[in-house]
Write a protein that binds this ligand. Structure first.
Ligand code: SF4
Length: 379
């Protein structure tokens, strides 16, 4: 018996919604289920909302009895839905342990028609990395979300989009609370499950993973999921400035991140998006723009400038129009495509880089919203 099998048997009943795909194989290997029965349980747990083993189709009585003795299926539930005056939604999901995850749904209209409807999901409760501009970073790290919890956010977002907007989820972003690459195993498993058409979520080419630059995981993503898009938050091409606003960058050197971006691009053929939060007096001078140009060099990247919603505790302000215009001019002169992303939805406590999560009894908060001005679909 492997260590993992031993561990699983030591922790009965096993919560099927907490297992990775590798653990899933180990566990059902131990139970001796046939491939067909294993697939029935997999589809019930990963693709659908089944929470009672007796409701799983295709199993015989003895298999149902085995599962009733050995497993539980804990589900998350929609807890609250708030609509912003700008038409976006904030979906709060109650997890089995009292934590709450938040998903933001953003419909985008053009000429009176719904052009795109995206969801930004959380990958962790809190975050380990403590970026100075981010409310989530101030919460500390609570826990990772499991693969099923990630999929459940997507499924609940799809159901809200269908009932409220009568349309489908077109794009999915792992840009909510937490650093998705710091929860790589669960995120990667969720991407694997979503390859199946019966699973929730859009096709992989319409999924984007955002990261502060965890370069090993960027390489792993390129190898494991070459169709999935990548967005990297650089925020400053000056290592010292970056360290001041993103303490994690002491371990994430800019050269290593760039090497990983090159690796990702060569392997996938996709241009990464470089995200840059425009902070007044911190990273928004023409010199900062030139440093970014120098850093990216001949990398074929799309740059997204994020118009920052001030976070009171962080004492940071959004860059003014004039500075932003100069910044864009420098980037465009170097032939980089530039998009602007606006944050909005303050009336439902939703603003770029501000994530709050709430446990039943203590208040934390979250949000992540965006709007692209160009009219082009987000990549
Ligand atoms: S910006 Fe991202 S990585 Fe930084 S603290 Fe916030 S959630 Fe974590």
């Amino acid at each position: 018996m492997s260590f993992r099998q031993h561990h699983l048997l030591q922790n009965l009943p096993v919560d099927l919604t907490r297992l990775s795909l590798a653990e899933w194989d180990e566990f059902f290997g131990l139970l001796g289920f046939s491939s067909k029965s294993k697939l029935c349980v997999y589809e019930a747990v990963f693709h659908h909302e089944v929470s009672d083993v007796s409701d799983i189709p295709g199993l015989d009585d003895s298999e149902i009895g085995t599962l009733q003795r050995l497993v539980i299926i804990r589900r998350s539930e929609k807890h609250a839905l708030r609509r912003s005056v700008d038409g976006s939604y904030r979906l709060t999901i109650e997890l089995h342990d009292g934590h709450q995850a938040e998903t933001v749904i953003i419909p985008e209209w053009q000429d009176g028609k719904l052009r795109k409807c995206s969801a930004s999901i959380s990958s962790q409760i809190g975050c380990f990395f403590g970026c100075s501009f981010c409310a989530t970073g101030r919460m500390g790290f609570h826990r990772n979300l499991s693969t099923v919890e990630l999929l459940n956010q997507v499924r609940l977002a799809e159901s809200v989009i269908r009932s409220e907007l009568k349309t489908d989820l077109t794009h999915l972003y792992f840009m909510g609370m937490g650093e998705p690459m710091h929860n790589y195993r669960a995120v990667s498993d969720a991407l694997t499950v979503m390859r199946d058409e019966a699973a929730p979520g859009p096709p992989p080419s319409r999924i984007t993973i955002s990261t502060v630059g965890l370069f090993r995981q960027i390489r792993m993503l390129a190898m494991d999921h070459p169709e999935v898009r990548l967005a990297v938050s650089i925020h400053s091409a000056d290592q010292e400035t970056r360290y001041r606003i993103m303490p994690v960058s002491s371990r994430l050197g800019l050269p290593e991140i760039r090497d990983a971006l090159v690796f990702h691009m060569r392997l996938t053929g996709l241009s990464p998006t470089v995200q840059y939060l425009m902070m007044d007096g911190v990273n928004d001078s023409p010199d900062d723009a030139r440093k970014l140009v120098g850093y990216l060099g001949d990398l074929s990247a799309n740059i997204t400038l994020i118009m920052f919603n001030p976070v009171p505790e962080a004492q940071l302000n959004r860059s003014g129009q004039e500075k932003t215009d100069h910044f864009i001019t420098v980037l465009e002169q170097a032939s980089f495509p530039v998009d602007i992303r606006w944050c909005y939805g303050e009336d439902i406590e939703a603003g770029c880089g501000q994530l709050k999560v709430r446990r039943r009894d203590d208040r934390i908060s979250f949000s992540m919203r965006h709007k692209q001005q160009t009219g082009e679909p987000l990549q």
